[in-house]
Structures are given as C-alpha cells and as structure tokens.
Design a binder for this molecule. Structure first.
Ligand code: NAD
Ligand code: DAU
Length: 340
C-alpha cells in the first residue's frame, strides 16, 4: 500500500449516465459522501439519466454535453480536481456497423478531456478495457498483464487502444497526472440491453429465444460492476501516476455456459436458444492477471460468486422492466437491421 493518498473533493465523471459510469457515481456517493460529483454525459442511446435515480442529489450534478466540446469540457474540468472518463461508444457490434462515432467519442473525446486536464493540472483517470490486448487462445496459460503488447481487433477496441496511447503520451510528454485501468467484461444492474447478459435475460423475460454467436466457446472474464468501481476509486486515490492497472475477478466462462445458467434460472431447456452467425473478428478469449492491482493497492473483488451475481442481475432486470423496455425494442430493431 502507498503512504500517500489523493482524496478528490470534486470529481467530474464523464459518461456517468452509462452502465459503468452510473454505478461508479453510486459507489462514490455511497462510500465518500463528502466528495462532490459532476456528471458530463451526452445521453447517447446508451446514456440514461434514470441510471442516476435514487442517488442522493445534494452533492451530485448532471450536465448534458459532449466530451468533444472543448469549451464546455474546459469549464467543467476547471471546477474539478479529478476527472474519471467513462464516456465512450462501447459496443463492438455497433463499431463494426459504423465506426465513426467511436473515432469521435473515444479518440477525439479523450484528447479533449486530457488536454483540458493538462492545461489545468487536474488528475485524470482513464477507464479502458482488456480488449486493447486482442485475444488469447482457449488453451493459452497466459492471462493479460500490463506489459502485454496492444493488439486490438475491432474498430471499438482499436479506438480504445488509441485513447490509451494518447493518455500515455500526455503523461510522458506533458506530465499529465494520469492513470489507466483496463477491465474485463462487467455485468450487473443498469447494463444496456445490447450487451450479452442483459440481452439474453430480457429476451427470456419476453419469452424469446436467446442468440448465441459462433460456436459459443468464446471466453470472457466476468467481473461485477461494483468491483470495477472499487478498483477505479482505488487507482484514482492510491495508484501511481503514469501507470496502467488491469482489473479482473478471475471468473473466466465461455458464452455457452453463461447462457445455460441464465436459461436454467428461467426454467428453460439448455438448448432453447438460436445459434446465429458469428461477429466478424470475434475475439476468442480474454483473461486478466490483476496481481499488480492486488499487490500494489490492496484491491480485491467482493462479488466472487459469479452465479450469485448473475442471479441478482436476473432479478434486477425482472424488477425493472420499465427501465429497459424501450431500449429493448430499439436494440432488437438495430440488431435486425445489422443482420446479427
Ligand atoms: P455505456 O455504453 O453503457 O455508457 C457510455 C456512456 O458514455 C453513455 O452514458 C453515453 O451517453 C456516454 N457518452 C458516449 N459518448 C459521449 C460523448 N461524446 N460525450 C459525453 N458522453 C458520452 O458504456 P459502459 O459499458 O458503461 O463503458 C464505460 C467505459 O468502460 C468505456 O470506456 C468502456 O470502454 C469501458 N469498459 C467497459 C466494460 C464493460 O464490460 N461494459 C469493460 C471494460 C471497460
Ligand atoms: O472485455 C471488456 C469489453 O466487454 C468492453 O470493453 C466492452 O465495452 C463490452 O461491450 C464488452 O465487450 P464484448 O464484446 O466482450 O461484450 P458483448 O456483451 O458484446 O459480448 C460478450 C460475448 O457474448 C462475446 O463473445 C459476443 C457474445 N454475444 C454477444 C451478444 C450481444 C453473443 O453470443 N450473443 C449476443 O447476442
């Protein structure tokens, strides 16, 4: 553990109306109620102000706007002493269909935020992904670590890799006070229904058949979103400047086994789903070695029982149909138009 600890008084959370951003805001307000939080969010199809509902509002403010808007970003960064960037276009399938907004939000948006932080000496934390490292084979004993080379496969992951490189260059050249976290696949409440777990849960609630890509053997390393939030907070407050920390909970599963667990929770047969055509460039496996984060910052995940976390997530979607109903209709129409 480090002796010095940076406790921000006012954090700007970009993308705080998305899945990870809103769970992070909930975490900060719950665990550190004295810290003021400003959310900057463009409210794309993936951003929903309702994701912040129920969070005590005294120290929380939402500003609707784009992280590419340098004037607005400059003003908000000047009021904060830390910025956490969760704002991004995040869905691989969408990036294959139309990469343009990924270039704008993920690359230009990151540039706009870090340059504003550089000019004002504000601490910056970049929320990134394990996907920048590409894929592992199913039988590879290796898990991703911070020294692995960047080998992104998709338009989405290549823009995330580009944004990481900008942050690293700004840290080295300008002394930007920055850290990066690279997390594995998150699950939990408020995840958009385009993503694998919520898509299958909501299809089953609707009595539809889930859709599994390819041979279903692709592996993801699942982590509960609350554990991602505690890791981001730990890195922001205790992390070494200029460093990257990988975040994962050691829960590798293939898609078929996750889907079968969901089917079983609904009392449906284990083959009651459709095999559909694979995602182009589909990464085979991700796996995280989080030992640097654990060793240096003393972080550890709380939600270590994936099945229990999955069950709670299913219950959340069952209880919050009003939250996802409209998005579900739009998402399935988008999937149909994209041919997935
Ligand atoms: P999300 O799609 O649920 O939310 C993204 C949020 O960013 C939305 O609220 C959206 O309105 C906002 N946004 C997008 N473009 C913007 C712009 N130009 N200006 C302002 N706001 C904008 O995404 P998420 O799953 O919460 O992911 C958040 C971050 O975490 C991303 O950087 C993603 O790469 C990273 N990440 C996600 C996962 C995961 O499993 N979901 C895992 C590792 C890393
Ligand atoms: O690894 C971290 C990444 O995890 C994040 O950087 C991304 O923002 C996030 O979207 C996620 O990327 P994935 O592509 O792994 O997630 P997705 O939920 O889209 O898909 C998970 C797996 O499930 C993947 O192997 C594709 C498969 N899949 C997905 C959908 C939507 C299906 O089999 N059927 C589906 O309908």
């Amino acid at each position: 553990m480090f002796e010095t600890c940076f406790i921000p008084r006012h954090v700007l959370v970009a993308g705080g109306c998305g899945f990870i951003g809103s769970n992070l805001v909930r975490y900060i307000v719950r665990e550190h109620p004295d810290v003021a939080v400003t959310v900057l969010d463009k409210l794309t199809y993936a951003g929903n102000p309702e994701n912040l509902s129920g969070i005590p509002g005294e120290n929380l403010r939402l500003v609707v706007g784009d992280i590419c808007d340098a004037e607005l970003v400059g003003r908000l960064v000047a009021e904060a002493d830390a910025v956490v960037n969760c704002a991004a276009e995040t869905h691989n399938d969408n990036s294959i269909n139309d990469p343009t907004p990924f270039l704008d939000s993920n690359v230009r948006g990151t540039f706009t935020l870090i340059d504003a932080c550089r000019l004002r000496g504000v601490r910056y934390h970049h929320v990134s992904t394990d996907e920048v490292y590409g894929e592992l084979t199913l039988d590879d004993p290796h898990r991703f670590n911070e020294d692995d080379p960047y080998r992104p496969s998709s338009p989405y992951s290549s823009t995330k890799a580009a944004s990481d490189l900008l942050v690293r260059a700004w840290a080295r050249t300008y002394g930007l006070k920055a850290t990066i976290s690279g997390c594995s696949n998150n699950y939990g409440p408020y995840q958009h229904v385009e993503k694998f777990i919520p898509r299958q849960i909501t299809s089953l609630i609707d009595g539809e058949r889930p859709k599994l890509y390819g041979d279903g053997r692709n592996v993801r390393d699942w982590i509960h979103v609350d554990d991602h939030s505690s890791a981001v907070w730990g890195i922001l407050t205790l992390g070494r400047l200029g460093e990257t920390y990988l975040v994962g909970a050691g829960s590798e599963r293939n898609n078929l086994s996750v889907l079968r667990e969901i089917l079983s929770a609904f009392g449906r047969a284990e083959d009651d789903f459709d095999w559909v055509r694979d995602r182009p460039g589909h990464d085979r496996r991700y796996a995280i070695d989080a030992s640097k984060l654990i060793r240096e910052l003393g972080w550890k995940p709380v939600h270590v029982d994936f099945s229990a976390g999955l069950f709670d997530t299913i219950e959340w979607y069952r209880s919050n149909e009003g939250w996802w109903r409209v998005a579900k209709r739009e998402t399935e129409a988008r999937y149909a138009a994209m041919g997935f």
